[in-house]
Design a protein around this ligand. Structure first.
Ligand SMILES: Nc1ncnc2c1ncn2[C@@H]1O[C@H](COP(=O)(O)OP(=O)(O)OP(=O)(O)O)[C@@H](O)[C@H]1O
Ligand SMILES: [Mg+2]
Length: 293
């Protein structure tokens, strides 16, 4: 396979400014995402994360745009068609829900893609079940709670069976159980189908557990990126009071690293692996104390 075939998304020097704004929302950003990759995006409010997600779906907002964006081989520019092979779950689910009832809302996307009506009828309960909304087909969408709307928005994306799934803070309205269930659904999807996932998320533990690579955005640019075990060692972006949140286990291991009590090779952002390394460290020190007594 040609290396170019492995690239699902290619962004080069992307600049975007909203009308009347005094600074760029995206300030010359470049990014490649491989097919099948799980890319996490984090960064402070206003960094341009949602604007980037809109561009990746081909929904370039009105404003000044320059640079190049290619998604699944399709070129994105202002006024271009939206990208059919990607699905976007918006940060605010209200923006996305258009159907009067849950079933109508779910059917809307696949109907637009001219999927077989019988397939759509059969798929609706399957995808509702995946987001814990089984039996909600006939419920009016305006009656749903914030969390239920968010889960419906996720089902709206999943039912399109996209090649590329873009999730903009998909769990911001969900309770802790809802969050866990959503991440389980996502893990399962990734195991069953090799979809490319781009997820804007502040839940550092989940990003560390699921993402192949995490990028940090600030002021419309990528300021650092890497596999979670490498990225969460960055002392400028993490591990101080004004910093982005890092996984809790990485905070503890980072302190030990700074104190010279942990070899650099033992640092991790993964909860399970980190706990095991902490345990090994404690066992070793208990043993060496015991030997000295
Ligand atoms: N429709 C709009 N019109 C004008 N300016 C906008 C609009 N949407 C976003 N902006 C501005 O563009 C910049 C990037 O916003 P964006 O929503 O992409 O950031 P974000 O990283 O998603 O932030 P958050 O974490 O709060 O969701 C911000 O300065 C924001 O105020
Ligand atoms: Mg946003």
């Amino acid at each position: 396979m040609e290396p170019a075939d492995d690239v699902a998304i290619r962004v080069r020097d992307l600049r975007f400014r909203y009308p009347g704004a005094t600074r760029d929302a995206l300030a010359g950003l470049s990014l490649d995402v491989c097919r099948g990759e799980f890319l996490g995006i984090t960064g402070p409010s206003g960094a341009g994360k949602s604007t980037l997600c809109l561009c990746l779906k081909g929904l370039v907002p009105a404003g000044e745009f320059s640079g190049s964006v290619s998604v699944a081989g399709q070129t994105v520019a202002p006024g271009s068609a939206y990208v059919e092979s990607s699905a976007l779950v918006f940060q605010n689910p209200e923006t996305q829900i258009i159907g009067l009832t849950v079933a109508e809302d779910l059917a809307f996307g696949p109907e637009n893609l001219r999927r077989d009506p019988a397939w759509i009828r059969a798929a609706i309960p399957v995808y509702l079940d995946q987001v814990r909304l089984a039996g909600y087909q006939d419920v009016d969408t305006y009656r749903l709670s914030g969390g239920q709307k968010q889960r419906l928005a996720i089902a709206d994306a999943l039912i399109l069976e996209p090649e590329i799934l873009i999730l903009d803070e998909p769990t911001s309205e969900l309770d802790p159980i809802g969050k866990d269930q959503f991440f389980e659904v996502l893990e399962r999807l990734r195991r069953e189908r090799s979809i490319t996932v781009i997820m804007v998320e502040h839940a550092a533990e989940q990003l560390a557990a699921m993402a192949d690579r995490v990028i940090v955005m600030q002021h419309g640019l990528v300021v650092d990126q890497g596999p979670p075990d490498q990225l969460y060692r960055n002392p400028v972006l993490f591990h101080h009071p004004e910093a982005e949140r890092a996984p809790q286990i990485s905070e503890v291991l980072f302190e030990l690293l700074q104190a010279g009590l942990l070899p650099a090779s033992q640092f991790t952002a993964q909860e399970e692996a980190g706990i095991q390394r902490l345990r090994a460290l404690l066992e070793n020190s208990v043993q060496s104390v015991a030997q000295r007594v």
